[in-house]
Ligand binder design. Structure first.
Ligand code: SF4
Length: 329
């Protein structure tokens, strides 16, 4: 599709011109090249027969949610393509990664548009994006929500004030004896030390869920302390366009996330040895991509539908209880 991405990145009804000013935009040659597709995938997509060599935050979180789902995703390597929202987040991450790598004066909204134009072909040609089969209007909406996430950084901070130590930093370290690997979106240098920052394009959590969401960046902080020898002072989630959530990196905070990680690792290796992976049913079965291959999840979704406790727009509903042809409700 041949489109002017920068123009489409803005709301169609907006009366603002989004053509970047060539005089203020950096020459293309000065901008870092877009990384190869799938840069954030740190595990090869092949079926595994033994336990994993390392644990990533997303793998740990999936296992905690449901060991059976983890097995299908990380052992069997069943396809789990990201949806539109996740891909829009990937697009936003890519643009912000390049923006924060640029010299401080170049970290402007106009240059973010230039970068979005440059990064768009990579997203547009990504097999997961192609698989979405979006029509022109849907693709335009995709670019619009991606741009709102990118632009949302300015509601949280002025990127020209950020002292960036590293972006997309691969961390390989042991945490309490658990081999851990993750990619940190951004490592900032502030007056009192390092700060771990992670972009989020999803909805900011309600107060009671904040602690759980911060576990990921606290694990990064623990891994950075072990890998680089400097403990970050704070761990931060940047909910683009919404708010920042952060925690001080204390002994207690690191202890709590390390204990959780170790328990998950122990359960995971034990399941891998026994071949038994519990199906942990619940409302999230409605959003599990493997529900069609899971009897327990299928029964859970059907039961919740009968009780009226499953959202009808949950993707699993169309899989386990499709609406008969010709019936609209
Ligand atoms: S459908 Fe539910 S129980 Fe089955 S694998 Fe998915 S999350 Fe687990």
């Amino acid at each position: 599709m041949d489109v002017d991405v920068a123009e489409d990145l803005e709301e169609p009804v907006s009366d603002v011109s989004f053509d970047a000013n060539p005089a203020s935009a950096p020459p293309t040659a000065d901008l870092p090249p877009a990384p190869p597709s799938g840069v954030r995938d740190i595990e090869p997509p092949v079926a595994r027969t033994g336990p994993p060599k390392r644990l990533s935050p997303s793998s740990a979180s999936t296992f905690q949610q449901c060991p059976k789902r983890w097995k299908m995703r990380y052992m069997d390597r069943l396809p789990d393509p990201p949806g539109q929202a996740a891909l829009a987040g990937t697009f936003a991450h890519l643009v912000l990664e390049h923006l924060l790598q640029a010299p401080t004066p170049d970290r402007t909204v106009e240059n973010a548009k230039v970068l979005a134009r440059q990064c768009w072909p990579e997203i547009e040609n990504d097999k997961d994006f192609v698989a979405l089969e979006l029509d022109e209007a849907e693709s335009r909406h995709f670019r619009w929500i991606s741009w709102k996430a990118i632009e949302g950084l300015w509601t949280l901070e002025n990127p020209q004030d950020v002292v960036v130590e590293a972006t997309e930093q691969l961390i390989d370290a042991e945490i309490d004896g658990v081999p851990f690997r993750g990619i940190v979106d951004r490592l900032d240098r502030e007056d009192d030390g390092l700060v771990v920052s992670d972009y989020k394009s999803g909805k900011a959590p309600r107060p009671r869920y904040v602690e759980g969401r911060l576990a990921q960046v606290l694990l990064y902080a623990a891994a950075i302390a072990n890998d680089l020898g400097e403990r970050p002072r704070r761990a931060r989630l940047l909910y683009l366009g919404q708010r920042t959530v952060e925690a001080e990196v204390t002994d207690e905070a690191l202890e709590a996330v390390s204990v959780d990680l170790k328990q998950t690792w122990t359960s995971m290796t034990s399941s891998c040895a026994s071949g038994e992976f519990d199906a942990k049913t619940g409302p999230l079965c409605g959003w599990c991509p493997f529900v069609g291959q899971c009897d327990e999840g299928t029964a859970e979704v059907r039961s919740r539908l009968e009780r009226g406790s499953m959202r009808l727009d949950a993707p699993a509903v169309a899989i386990v209880a499709p609406v008969p042809a010709g019936q609209t409700t």
